[in-house]
Design a protein around this ligand. Structure first.
Ligand SMILES: O=C(O)C1=C[C@@H](OP(=O)(O)O)[C@@H](O)[C@H](O)C1
Ligand SMILES: C=C(OP(=O)(O)O)C(=O)O
Length: 475
């Protein structure tokens, strides 16, 4: 068993510039589309993490050539899509949802499986959608890596197939046309089908039926990326999208920094006081992290743009918020961390679908906030958090990168917080502990200069947190 990572306590305000690697969502969309393109694609500044490595491996399995240069740039040369392989999805939603429709265009069966938790993540929108388009999707045996379906799979179980593992029996072409799916469990069901649709004979006219679709900016991102690569892709109603058949362009694409991965660092400015600057913040973006300036401002930050950088300043005092996070569920663990150390209650709603993320994030947040002495309750579609008497604890991360960074943010204000399995942050940000330390060390360096050589380990009076534990009323 590995030792839990001791989350550093902020003993003074931060003052750091934090460059953030490329967006997971954009990297994996560009990679997938590169395998469908009519020419090679060169990705500048893509993410390198577990999720992008799994996507690269999946595309190689399907016949694309993927080369990673020393500077991290990636070149994808598309090839004929080949079946006969097995794809490991790990715990990556973008791999388990986006690659099966690509496999439908391969010339033979492709088997999909992943981590134990991946087998619990919802897949019905993709499976039902592909089946409705005439693509055979069959149950694969537990742990099976060959391409044969289980011989004794009974018809009922087959019909109810809604999770990994499974086999997509590609035939090289999909007619496409009109399709209805229920995407209330994940926007990725919609993105998955739209991304591959330019290669369907009739394109795709996709309608969502059911409760509201979460993470709408991610669907906008899918449409925007398709359009950037020359595809006619539009929203044609509040829950209806159309992609016309046609070629996908290659060429050079530059990946924006991952604004959701920037979130814990920006949150640090509110908790510790001081400022955090993230360079290359896009002026326009479809990433849900584009909502961070407004959310952080509502929680007490001062936010401004300095050239192409975003600067967030805080005082160490955090305000609770009542916010519908449906558009940006990915940000919920970071916002919940801020709410945990806030001086007033918070309600985060519109995020019932977080129960199907890397872990059941609503249950995990309630459990870990409670473990830290905080007060939290699950709502039917979210979480309520009140100020409590916070104390140190070993925060479980449940193989969830964002639960690990949740622990780090709370640990800035609460002594003796440890994060179990901080390495799980490698899903989207392999160097998270190093980046976190550098952010805090750069504070120390700045202080040493300001204070004429004071040992950075010495406590100093700062306008940061008044006490290590954020202002809290008794539970
Ligand atoms: O399309 C994407 O890249 C994503 C869509 C969202 O999924 P859900 O709609 O399932 O929340 C988001 O949470 C996930 O991290 C990335
Ligand atoms: C939900 C997330 O990831 P995934 O792409 O695996 O769904 C996430 O990164 O917060």
């Amino acid at each position: 068993m590995t030792t839990a990572w001791p989350a550093p306590l902020a003993t003074r305000p931060v003052d750091a510039v934090v460059p953030v690697p490329g967006s997971k969502s954009l990297t994996n969309r560009y990679l997938l589309l590169a395998a469908l393109a009519q020419e090679p694609t060169h990705l500048v500044a893509p993410l390198h993490s577990r999720d992008s490595a799994l996507m690269i491996q999946a595309l190689r399995t399907l016949g694309a050539r993927v080369e990673v240069a020393d500077d991290g740039d990636v070149t994808v040369t598309p090839g004929p899509l080949v079946g006969g392989g097995a794809v490991d999805c790990g715990l990556a939603g973008t791999v388990m949802r986006f690659v099966p429709p690509l496999a439908a265009l391969a010339d033979g069966p492709v088997t999909f499986d992943g981590d134990p938790r991946a087998r619990e993540r919802p897949m019905s929108g993709v499976i039902d959608g592909l089946r409705a388009l005439g693509v055979a999707v069959e149950r694969a045996g537990a742990g099976q890596t060959d391409t044969e379906p289980e011989a004794d799979a009974d018809a009922d179980a087959e019909a109810e197939l809604s999770t990994l593992p499974f086999t997509v029996r590609g035939t090289g072409h999909v007619l496409g046309g009109e399709l209805e799916i229920d995407a209330s469990a994940s926007s990725q069901f919609v993105s998955a089908l739209l991304l591959v649709a330019p290669r369907f004979h009739h394109g795709l006219d996709l309608r969502h039926v059911g409760e509201r679709v979460p993470s709408l900016p991610h669907i906008e991102m899918t449409l925007a990326v398709l359009r950037q690569l020359g595809v006619d892709a539009q929203a044609v109603g509040p829950a209806r999208w159309r992609v016309e058949p046609g070629p996908v362009a290659g060429g050079e694409v530059v990946v924006e920094p991952d604004l959701s991965n920037a979130a814990p660092f920006l949150a640090a400015a509110l908790v510790a006081g001081g400022s955090v600057t993230v360079p290359h913040w896009p002026t326009r973006t479809t990433q849900p992290g584009g909502l961070l300036p407004d959310i952080l401002t509502a929680m007490g930050a001062q936010v401004h743009h300095d050239g192409d950088a975003l600067v967030v300043r805080g005082t160490g005092q955090v305000r609770g918020i009542d916010h519908d996070l449906s558009a940006a569920g990915e940000l919920a663990p970071t916002i919940a961390a801020l709410a945990t150390v806030a001086s007033s209650p918070s309600r985060l709603t519109g995020i019932a679908h977080l129960r199907g993320h890397e872990t059941d994030r609503l249950a995990a947040l309630v459990a870990e906030i409670t473990r830290l002495g905080g007060v939290a309750r699950e709502l039917p579609d979210g979480i309520e958090i009140e100020p409590g008497r916070l104390h140190g604890a070993a925060v479980e991360s449940y193989h969830d990168h964002r639960m690990a960074t949740f622990g780090a943010v709370v640990g800035l204000a609460v002594p003796d917080v440890r994060v179990v399995d901080v390495a799980t942050t490698a899903k989207t940000l392999p160097d998270f502990p190093g980046m976190w330390d550098r952010m805090l060390t750069s504070v120390a360096d700045a202080q040493v200069a300001d204070e004429g050589g004071t040992d950075p380990a010495d406590p100093v009076d700062t306008p940061g947190p008044a006490s290590p534990v954020s202002p809290a009323s008794p539970a």
